[in-house]
Design a protein around this ligand. Sequence first.
Ligand code: NAP
Length: 250
Amino acid sequence: MEETQKTTKKIAVVTGASRGIGRAVALELAKAGALVVVNYSGSEEKAEETRQMICEAGGEAVIRQCNVADFEATGEFIGGVIKEFGRIDILVNNAGVTKDGLLMRMKEADFDRVIDINLKGAFNCIRHAAGQMIRQRGGRIVNLSSVVGLNGNAGQANYAASKAGVIGLTKSAAKELASRGITVNAVAPGFINTDMTQALSERVRDEILKQIPMGAYGEPEDVAKLVAFLASDDARYITGQVISIDGGMA
Ligand code: NAP
């Protein structure tokens, strides 16, 4: 059973923290002393697993369901966190999906879905959390972009557009919120070992490997450590940046 109570810890919201990079980020932020709100969309059991991993490591976490593509639901989710804990110190917009296909065959619904979750989802969370961070006169926002948002990729026009959009959102939000002590940065991972990349065929995975100068996929923990740094007090003078973490790809 999860217990919720007022705490002196920093409050960190990580979207899509039931698996993959989001789970690793949630664990890393908890290790750094934050109480983590583990968001998920459909995988309640996996989110609960993340929470238990955090608790076993001596940290604190709660799980909260929300489809970040839904503006109103996101308002209720973020509003609920503020009501419950009184603040939001760190927001990591990590929730993301792919729906790959060549441009000429891509369905409108597949384009919309990827943009709605990956880009509008990040906007929705920032839109609802920024007011509280402004009142606190401080906060850290870290958005997940991708090497694909920087370079493009055949078969991923929707995903590339969403991740390039995240970069524009990051840079604009950084400029608007800097005077309030809020930093907004993006990380652009290359290919990381998660469900998202496991779904690729063996042939595609091998092709990708050839494009990585370091000759290996990254691990979720690699990305988590970078996100945790950007979310820390030590990163107070870094804002509006896109930091690649890709074994030398970009
Ligand atoms: P993943 O293993 O597929 O996990 C995706 C996470 O997003 C899950 O926790 C999922 O929750 C959540 N999610 C999906 N739709 C959602 C929605 N509508 N609302 C809330 N949560 C939702 O993905 P990953 O590889 O860890 O990727 C995490 C982020 O890093 C994504 O933004 C991805 O684009 C980015 N990224 C990944 C790579 C890579 O190589 N893996 C590279 C560059 C960037 P449920 O479990 O409940 O579905």
